[in-house]
Design a protein around this ligand. Structure first.
Ligand SMILES: Cc1ncc(COP(=O)(O)O)c(C=O)c1O
Length: 988
């Protein structure tokens, strides 16, 4: 067909393509038209099924009248071209310099093969958290490599698959030491910890009531009643100090020991394990992750064997599948709900999976030799720089890795001169500056800085390069500035995975092989209730790796960050309008952190009103686990409110609890629409009852996808909410992070919004400083904000409202279409659901034995990621199609579910439950090859509907045995022989 023929398509075709006929291309076409999946004729057909004649009519019937408002008043939508031009303008307002500020953020080079094939590849970034292990083997392997890398470098026994950032990782370590120890009421922090880390610990200590002491731990430990110590190696000045005495002192007092360390420095340093650490934490940022104006970066934690069942965060483990072959999964998954009400130990849920995978692949690509070379070169450059300081300049660091602290006559003048020469350095105090070297820095950079600072000597580039040629590791440094007793003497990254993929071809193929094992949004809809897996448009992703955004250091001077700050102000303003609140902070770097920020605001408010006794937080039984966990971390007590038969809050129980705790009530945490997927008509009444009793209302905004443009939590009763930008506002899930969880509040809570962790009042723990920092960086995961910003700008007010309408339509269309096969558990007004529906399988399970999990696994054979399993009600599947899925995809899902229902009906006649394709799902390509003796055909197993013949996805493993993996906890990379098909066959 020629182009002319195509443009002159017959009328029927033009009708089907009505969305494109009036526009010439994406430059003119409204973005909402491509973000929203169903075409006009599809919307009409879906509305007919649901029984409405317009989207407005559906929304009016579904959303309680008393919360509907007039929509959002944001500026009109920009086209993609306009939006990108606007972002380019903002990026140009940021000034790019050579970044040598350090203080927890070091310049690095993202290998292009990793940027292009992972960071910018939807197969990686659109994947969900790997709760369904059979369709997540690729990213689970990436995360297991991350764990192995951290274990090897720290020398500790077990590492998790990332935490949110370094400072909060230290906070998690402090809480872990306190929990594991039970003796002692204070933690001693090394005075060389980064100020932001000290500020975060002080904020947590204030909420959770433990003491913080600051001391120079390189001088040993004095004092008693200590549950743990935290040593910084290297310290914030760059100094690498020996903690032998402090560690001995800690052991004598039965206190535990945490080391905050730098993964690259560890290629040269004695492991924390060898130095007596129970826990090691830090940031993996410099393993290939850009500065991103402060985040997202992966924090890490490694612990000794005896702490392995207490480590917070997600943990990848190795188990076996139904055929006895090895397979990865999230280990201790029930415990991962860490986050269990009053037993909560941590609230971390979304972490930094994508960034952990970048760091892991950086190690896979460079291998131990490459990493040692990178580290050695950085160290040699720092040493060469320090050696050339003369005149009024003096290096005050005797022992260091990459950071040189320099005594100068006037620090402000030194910083200004360096800046003038194009280099940002750190002002430590009036007479000291810090210079941190990173992977991209050159001899020329060092010489430019020497000249700017007024040193007379220069490093000889030829001599410098010659000294590095052909050698690697500490031996290549003529006189490493690390005491001999602290020099590394053990191997690391010896597993083949770190010694195989050094060529770009192999690296590219490894990333592709892993991605091919997984199901992400680039292949199928991911109908996860409560998770809003909507389109993450390419145009939205475009700007995040632009150097104008990505290369900016979070502590760069304000006159270099005007573009970033304008973007942040703008997005906070847009979010305030969308939510109906007065103030928004984008600092929290996950939903859980937004919750903590909001709850600390509530707590701070009561305390400032002279009511510190208000500590009881009501939490409905259906709430997400993070809600109660965050309340515990905010120093509050959780009281659970029952759910009524219809899934709404049990108002009688609520009234009774309010009465009982009236004098000590801090407030209530509700999710709206509820986690049951319905708009509760009584929400205004619930809010005013709490207010009448002196409490505050927290509205969990994870379900904002059902509210944007339709109703505003800040107007129907909320005092404070968090949003999940990685759900409603299109930041991709990245396989479990990054996230952004802005906190939004009404005016009276403004003084309690998150403050800056580098503010001296936060660092010194000033009693009446009410702006407690939540995340390490002032602007949290700033680096991914351009995604949500682009979404808001391109959707405009009408697009946002229409997206919500379409999300309602999709959920109701599925609920209605499946009503005869899988009844929807809860409905709201007019028998409608909100943006998701809970399919109740409990009667089916009672009758046939088929569980919701069986259906979830069988959906894999149809090429689908399962809906949310067993949350918030056991025995159910919660489906959230989102507005981005077109009718064709929804129908494919409906067809799959109906086919599965027929398979269930065949139990008892064609096969028993045990023999059914449900019980045996999912099916791999190999399991249907040999000796097939099932009661159903191979075709039924792998091509249960004809359409699959063209698009089949084969999971690489069969159903993973979770319990086996938990009993035999293995969290390191198995040797390649473990995957040997022949030996696994023999064992099976
Ligand atoms: C209702 C609800 N609240 C809070 C959270 C926590 O958000 P995050 O995973 O970003 O910490 C989630 C995440 O799944 C959620 O569904």
């Amino acid at each position: 067909m020629t182009f002319e023929n195509r443009t002159a398509a017959p009328e029927a075709v033009t009708a089907a393509l009505s969305h494109v006929t009036s526009f010439t291309g994406d430059s003119e076409r409204p973005f909402a038209d491509r973000h929203i999946g169903p075409r006009a004729h599809e919307t009409a057909a879906m509305l007919e099924t649901v029984g409405f004649d317009s989207l407005e009519a559906l929304a009016r019937a579904a959303v309680p009248e008393n919360i509907q408002d007039g929509g959002v008043q944001t500026p009109a939508a920009l086209s993609e071209v306009e939006m990108l031009a606007h972002l380019r303008e903002l990026a140009a307002k940021n000034v790019q310099k050579t970044q040598m500020i350090g203080r927890g953020y070091y310049d690095t080079i993202t290998p292009t093969v990793i940027r292009r094939n992972l960071v910018e590849n939807p197969a990686w970034y659109t994947a969900y958290t790997p709760y369904q292990p059979e369709i997540s083997q690729g990213r689970l392997e990436g995360l297991l490599n991350f764990q192995q890398m951290v274990q090897d470098l720290t020398g500790l026994d077990i590492a998790n698959a990332s935490l949110l950032d370094e400072a909060t990782a230290v906070a998690e370590a402090v809480l872990l030491m306190r929990r594991a120890n039970k003796k002692g009421s204070s933690v001693v922090l090394d005075s060389e910890l980064h100020p932001q880390t000290i500020a975060i610990i002080r904020a947590r200590a204030k909420a959770m009531d433990f003491q913080v002491q600051i001391a120079d731990l390189s001088q040993g430990l004095i004092g008693e009643d200590v549950f743990g110590i935290v040593c910084a190696q290297p310290g914030t000045s760059g100094a690498v100090r020996d903690f032998t005495d402090a560690v001995r002192g800690a052991k004598e007092r039965s206190a535990m020991v945490t080391f905050v360390c730098d993964l690259l420095a560890l290629t040269m340093l004695r492991t924390p394990a060898q130095q007596g650490a129970d826990i090691a934490v830090g940031s993996a940022q410099r393993f290939g992750v850009p500065l991103f104006f402060g985040g997202p970066h992966a924090g890490f934690m490694a612990v000794t064997e005896k702490l392995k069942r207490q480590i917070p965060g997600r943990l990848v483990g190795v188990s076996k599948d139904a055929d006895g072959k090895p397979g990865y999964r999230l280990a201790l998954q029930t415990r991962e709900q860490h986050i269990r009400r009053e037993k909560a130990t941590s609230n971390i849920c979304t972490a930094q999976a994508l960034l952990a995978n970048v760091a892991s692949m950086y190690a896979v690509y460079h291998g131990p030799v490459g990493l040692a070379k990178i580290a050695s070169r950085i160290h040699r450059l720092a040493v060469a720089f320090a050696d050339k300081l003369d005149g009024s300049l003096e290096s005050v660091s005797e022992s260091f890795f990459d950071t040189v602290a320099v005594r100068v006559p006037d620090a402000d003048a030194a910083v200004a001169a360096a800046c003038e020469a194009g280099i940002n350095i750190l002002r430590i105090d009036d007479t000291h500056v810090g210079v941190s070297f990173g992977e991209p820095h050159t001899v020329a950079d060092a010489n430019t800085l020497l000249e700017a600072l007024g040193a007379t000597g220069r490093i000889d580039a030829e001599e410098f390069e010659a000294a590095g040629t052909g050698a690697f590791g500490p031996a290549a440094v003529p006189a490493p500035r690390v005491p001999e007793a602290l020099q590394r003497n053990t191997h690391f990254l010896t597993h083949p995975v770190f010694n195989t993929y050094g060529s770009e071809t192999l690296m590219m193929r490894y990333l592709r092989t892993l991605a091919d094992r997984d199901l992400a949004l680039d292949r199928t809809m991911i109908p996860l209730g409560s998770c809003t897996m909507k389109l993450n448009a390419a145009a939205e992703m475009e700007a995040i790796t632009w150097p104008g955004f990505a290369s900016i250091h979070p502590l760069a001077p304000e006159d270099q960050t005007a573009g970033w700050r304008e973007l942040i102000d703008n997005i906070e303003e847009l979010l305030a309008e969308v939510t109906g609140y007065d103030v928004v902070s984008i600092q929290p770097n996950a939903g859980s952190q937004g919750e903590l920020a909001g709850l600390l605001a509530i707590r701070g408010y009561h305390v400032s009103n002279g009511q510190p006794e208000r500590t009881v937080m009501l939490v409905p039984s259906s709430a997400h686990g993070t809600n109660a966990a965050s309340a515990i971390l905010a120093g509050l007590k959780v009281v659970v409110v029952k759910s009524a038969e219809d899934g709404s809050i049990d108002l009688e129980d609520l009234d009774a609890k309010i009465e009982k705790y009236r004098d000590v009530l801090a407030g209530i945490m509700i999710t709206y629409p509820s986690t049951h997927g319905v708009y509760e008509a009584d929400v205004r009444r619930v809010c005013s009852c709490i207010h009448d009793a002196g409490g505050q209302v927290y509205i969990d905004g994870a379900n904002m996808n059902a509210l944007v443009g339709v109703a505003k939590p800040g107007q129907f009763g909320g005092d404070v909410s968090h949003l999940n930008l990685h759900k409603t506002f299109t930041i991709p899930h990245g396989g479990g992070g990054p996230g952004v969880g802005p906190v939004a509040a009404r005016e009276h809570l403004r003084p309690f919004m998150p403050g800056d962790s580098s503010d001296s009042r936060a660092v010194s723990g000033e009693e009446d400083y009410t702006s407690l920092p939540i995340s390490q960086a002032k602007y949290g995961s700033a680096g991914v904000l351009p995604i949500s910003y682009a979404y808001l700008k391109m959707m405009g007010p009408d697009g946002l409202r229409e997206a919500t309408y379409s999300a309602l339509l999709g959920a109701n269309y599925i609920a209605k279409s499946l009503s005869e096969d899988f009844p929807t558990l809860y409905t709201g007004e007019n028998g409608l659901v909100a943006h998701e529906c809970i399919l109740d399988l409990r009667a089916i399970t009672a009758e046939t034995g088929v569980t919701a999990e069986d259906v979830a696994k069988r959906l894999i054979d149809f090429g689908f990621h399962a809906p949310t399993l067993a949350f918030p009600v056991a025995g159910t599947l919660m489906v959230e199609p989102t507005e981005s899925e077109d009718k064709g995809e929804l129908d494919r899902f409906i067809e799959a579910m109906k086919t599965i229902r027929e398979e269930i009906r065949a139990i008892g006649s064609e096969y028993t439950y045990e023999e059914s394709p449900l019980k045996n799902a999912p099916h791999t390509a190999t399991c249907v090859m040999d000796g097939w003796d099932q009661k159903y055909s191979r075709e039924t197993a792998v091509f249960p509907v004809p359409g699959l013949k063209l698009t089949k996805y084969f999971p690489p493993v069969r159903r993973i045995d979770g319990a086996y993996g938990d009993r035999n906890l293995v969290c390191e990379c198995p040797p390649p022989e473990a995957f040997d098909i022949e030996s696994a066959d023999a064992e099976a």
